[in-house]
Design a protein around this ligand. Structure first.
Ligand code: AMP
Length: 221
């Protein structure tokens, strides 16, 4: 199965794409992960992407398209995959169409996880992480607060907030998401690939919504 997964930042698309990947045996291809890795390894693409990511802005299309094309150019590419966070613009969708055509990989669907903005702001701006690489604990205020405010329960390191999880940055990321995705969603809607799935509730409920929607779509063919 070949899927694209679209959802606002903080919609749970990372969790759901990883579930789809492990339960259905699909390769998980996440451009956020690929870009963070490129920044960490200080590659040319990482150096180009860094400031855009820290400011909550989209990385330029050409940088992301190149990273994705490189993944598909590898000999051990999988022909079953779920794309997490790519494409995010119409320009990226067209570039991805070219890649898929080159390998004869038609898509089965484009899943859109629908979550209201207020819920996203509540979820994301409460996230705090332990920066200690040997700990990496995650917290959420008010859903899963640390015992002492701002301090990791496990290793007592001061907690940090990802720069792009600050409330002002989250609002800006949502605005960018809505602006940029309108034409992208239209594009996939017009070619009959878009599948809208409600993204509220626990992760298992949302996962079952996705499977149900995919089966429904298969039944329509
Ligand atoms: P994510 O982990 O998917 O929320 O992505 C984190 C950040 O990486 C985003 O805020 C963007 O700065 C960048 N990014 C990830 N995927 C893309 C993409 N397809 N196009 C442009 N920027 C991206």
């Amino acid at each position: 199965m070949r899927l694209i997964f679209i959802g606002p930042p903080g919609s749970g698309k990372g969790t759901q794409t990883k579930l789809l990947s492990t339960r259905l045996g699909l390769s998980h291809i996440g451009t956020g992960d690929l870009l963070r890795e490129a920044v960490q390894r200080d590659t040319p693409a990482g150096r180009q992407a860094k400031s855009f990511m820290a400011g909550g802005q989209l990385v330029p299309d050409d940088v992301v398209n190149t990273i994705v094309a490189e993944v598909f150019a590898q000999r051990n590419r999988s022909d079953n995959f779920v794309m997490d966070g790519y494409p995010r613009t119409l320009h990226q969708a067209r570039a991805f169409d070219d890649v898929l055509r080159r390998f004869g990989f038609p898509l089965d669907g484009v899943i859109l996880l629908v979550v209201p903005d207020q819920e996203i702001i509540r979820r994301l701006s409460g996230r705090w992480n332990c920066p200690n690489p040997e700990c990496n604990a995650t917290y959420h205020v008010p859903l899963k607060p640390p015992k002492v405010a701002g301090v990791c329960d496990n290793c007592h390191s001061p907690l940090m907030q990802r720069e792009d999880d600050r409330e002002e940055t989250v609002r800006m990321r949502l605005q960018i998401y809505h602006d940029r995705h309108a034409e992208l969603l239209d594009y996939y809607r017009k070619i009959g690939l878009l599948i809208e799935v409600p993204g509220l509730g626990d992760f298992e409920t949302i996962y079952q919504n996705i499977i149900h929607a995919l089966n429904h779509k298969k039944g329509q063919r």
